[in-house]
Design a protein around this ligand. Sequence first.
Ligand SMILES: C[S@@+](CC[C@H](N)C(=O)[O-])C[C@H]1O[C@@H](n2cnc3c(N)ncnc32)[C@H](O)[C@@H]1O
Length: 268
Amino acid sequence: MRLGGRRGLRWRLLPAVRVAFRIFGRGWNDFYAWMLDRQERHNNINRILARDRHVEGKDKGLYDISRGPVHAAFLKRHGLRPTDRFLDFGCGYGRTAVAILDYLEPGNYVGVDLSAERIRMCHEYADLEGLSERRPRFVDSTDNAMPYLEDASIDVIFATSVFSHMPMDQWHEVLEAARRVLAPGGAFILNYHTSGTTERNVSDLKDYYYPQSEVDAVFARFGFEAELLDGWHDDLSPENRDPLLRMVRLRLADGAGARAAAASEAAV
Ligand SMILES: C[S@@+](CC[C@H](N)C(=O)[O-])C[C@H]1O[C@@H](n2cnc3c(N)ncnc32)[C@H](O)[C@@H]1O
């Protein structure tokens, strides 16, 4: 990313801010939440929708609201049922939420994001679309242990463009929590960047690429079997077929969520 002017200066200062957070004992999620909340503090859902309408091309990124229905269609094709209790991990501005809320039974959607400002915009977006009666639950939390969810209370977790921005110690915490909150037979659908080599590639502060062998070992260590979802680029990002971006569906090897977590705790 090339940024000039004051914005570029602020971006270049971020590594120093990250170090300061570390010195004061604050973790990655605290830093990331601080960074996003600063960036979003004057933003609102109407601005995002306006920008979505006026910016052409692939640089829209998270502002590309048309991705929401694409996410919903993808999830349905991969077995999401209206009765499923669904966790949208790293829900951003709520574009998946707004596209899926009418499909899910009321009360079955939980979206979590570490940015309080983005969660504010999820509420704005759901209200704007008249979806509040679907009872979405939006949670602002930096705690990867997911204390806001009970054991075995979720059937499908979806995390898109989240693990690709997470250091490995955060992967561990999230996978551990996913194992606890997934109901028996549940699935965790997520995408991540593989480095394509035997080395890690951490190119800047928020892009993390890991060797496939490391990723496989981590999924196995937390008791998950991974199924590569081939062809997902056709569904979700036809204009950006990054071969290093992979989508998988994880299932607990013994089919049980909370049960597996309790067993491993007892074994420690
Ligand atoms: C690139 S955005 C994608 C948002 C959403 N999944 C979508 O596609 O519209 C990634 C989001 O994940 C959130 N996030 C990253 N790590 C997280 C964590 N450990 N817990 C909760 N949210 C997280 C970020 O705050 C950010 O809003």
